[in-house]
Design a protein around this ligand. Structure first.
Ligand code: DAH
Length: 344
C-alpha cells in the first residue's frame, strides 16, 4: 500500500495535470471512489491502536477534502478553458465579405432599346408598341407598297394566312399610329419592336431582329428637323464628336428618302476596318413621309408634313459595343449578356 504522503503527492500532481473534464472525472472516481486508494487507507484504521484512530481518521478526511477542493478548482479552470476553446472555434469572422447574390442584367437589345427610348422621351416623344402580327394593309398597302411593288420581294416574311403575317418592319406601327391620330396634330412617337424577314441567318442577317420607328407629323416638319433629331441621336449613342450625313435613297413610304451615316466612332472619321475605310457608318433609313401615306391615313398632305426613320437596334448595339455577329443576340449564352453589366 502506498504511503499517505506519496498518495497525496501523486493525486495532487495528477489533478493538476488533468487535460480535460473527462480526465478529471476519471481521477475523481479513482481517488475518492469506494475502490480507490483513499478508501483503502480507511480500511487500515481498524488495525491501528485506538489512540491513533481519531488523528488518522482526521488526516484521511482532510486528504479527501483537499483532493475534492483541488478537483473542483481544476474543474472550474478546465470548464473556462473548454468554453474559451469552443468560443474560439465557433468564432464568426464578421469582416469576411458576404456572398454576392448574382443579379441578372438587361439583354443588350433591351439596354439599347431603353437608351433610345430615354433619349426620345427626353425630346417629348411617346413610346408606342404594336402587335408582332399585322396584316398586308398596314405592313405594305398603307406604306405605299402595293401588291405588285418590287419592294415586297425584299420583305418576304412568315405568313399566318394570305392576309396576316409577322411584320417585316416597324413601319407597320407607324401606319397604325397615323390612322389612329388623323387628323390631329402633332404626332411624335417612337415605336420599338421585333420584326421578321425570310432570311438565311449569318453574321449580319437574322430572320428575327429589332427596329425602332420614329415618326413626327405636324405643320412644316422638314428634313432639317429630321437632321437635327438624328444628329442628337448620333451624339447621344456614339459620342459628342459625331457628325451625320444624308445620302439620297429610296423608300416607298418617304419622299425624299435618305440613308443616314454617322462619322465613325472608332477612327473619328479617318477610315478604319469598322467603317471600311470610308470614315462613315450607315445607321438608318429615313425621309419625309410620302404624301400618299398621309392621305391614306386621313391627313391632308397640303396641311401637314412629317419625317420618319427606321433604325435597326441590333445594328446600333453591334456598332456601339463592337459585337461582330448578330447571332450572339439570339443564342442565349449567359456569358454574352454578362458582358453588358458595365454599360449600365
Ligand atoms: N422600314 C424600313 C426597313 O425596314 C426602314 C425605314 C426607312 C423606316 C425609312 C422609315 C423610313 O420610317 O422613313 O428597311
Amino acid at each position: 500500500m502506498m504511503n499517505f504522503d506519496d498518495l497525496h503527492q501523486e493525486a495532487k500532481k495528477k489533478i493538476l495535470d488533468a487535460k480535460d473534464l473527462k480526465d478529471l472525472n476519471d481521477l475523481r472516481v479513482y481517488y475518492l471512489g469506494k475502490k480507490g486508494p483513499v478508501q483503502a487507507l480507511m480500511k487500515n484504521m481498524k488495525d491501528l491502536p485506538k489512540a491513533e484512530k481519531p488523528a488518522f481518521g482526521k488526516k484521511v478526511n482532510e486528504l479527501k477534502q483537499d483532493l475534492n477542493q483541488r478537483i473542483e478548482a481544476k474543474r472550474d479552470e478546465l470548464t473556462i478553458l473548454e468554453m474559451n476553446h469552443k468560443i474560439e472555434k465557433e468564432k464568426i469572422d464578421i469582416t469576411l465579405p458576404g456572398r454576392r447574390t448574382r443579379s441578372a442584367n438587361l439583354h443588350p437589345l433591351t439596354l439599347v432599346t431603353e437608351q433610345l427610348e430615354d433619349l426620345f422621351i427626353g425630346l417629348g416623344y411617346q413610346v408606342i408598341e404594336g402587335a408582332d402580327i399585322t396584316d398586308d394593309e398596314y405592313c405594305f398597302e398603307r406604306a405605299n407598297i402595293p401588291k405588285d411593288h418590287p419592294a415586297r420581294a425584299m420583305q418576304d416574311s412568315l405568313y399566318i394566312d394570305e392576309n396576316y403575317l409577322l411584320r417585316t418592319h416597324t413601319t407597320a406601327i407607324q401606319m397604325a399610329v397615323l390612322e389612329q391620330n388623323a387628323p390631329n396634330l402633332p404626332i411624335k412617337v417612337v415605336c420599338p419592336g421585333k420584326v421578321y424577314r425570310r432570311d438565311d441567318d449569318d453574321a449580319t442577317h437574322s430572320h428575327q431582329f429589332m427596329q425602332m420607328e420614329g415618326l413626327v407629323v405636324g405643320k412644316h416638319v422638314t428634313l432639317s428637323d429630321l437632321k437635327g433629331t438624328l444628329e442628337f441621336l448620333a451624339k447621344k449613342m456614339f459620342g459628342q464628336d459625331r457628325q451625320i450625313r444624308f445620302r439620297p435613297s429610296y423608300f416607298p413610304f418617304t419622299e425624299p428618302s435618305v440613308e443616314v451615316d454617322v462619322s465613325c466612332h472608332i477612327c473619328n472619321g479617318k477610315g478604319c476596318p469598322t467603317c471600311k475605310g470610308t470614315g462613315w457608318i450607315e445607321i438608318l433609313g429615313a425621309g419625309e413621309v410620302h404624301p400618299n401615306v398621309l392621305k391614306m391615313a386621313g391627313y391632308d398632305p397640303n396641311e401637314c408634313s412629317g419625317f420618319a426613320f427606321g433604325v435597326g437596334i441590333e445594328r446600333i448595339a453591334m456598332l456601339k459595343y463592337g459585337i461582330d455577329d448578330i447571332r450572339h443576340f439570339y443564342t442565349n449564352d449567359q456569358r454574352f449578356s454578362d458582358l453588358f453589366d458595365r454599360f449600365e
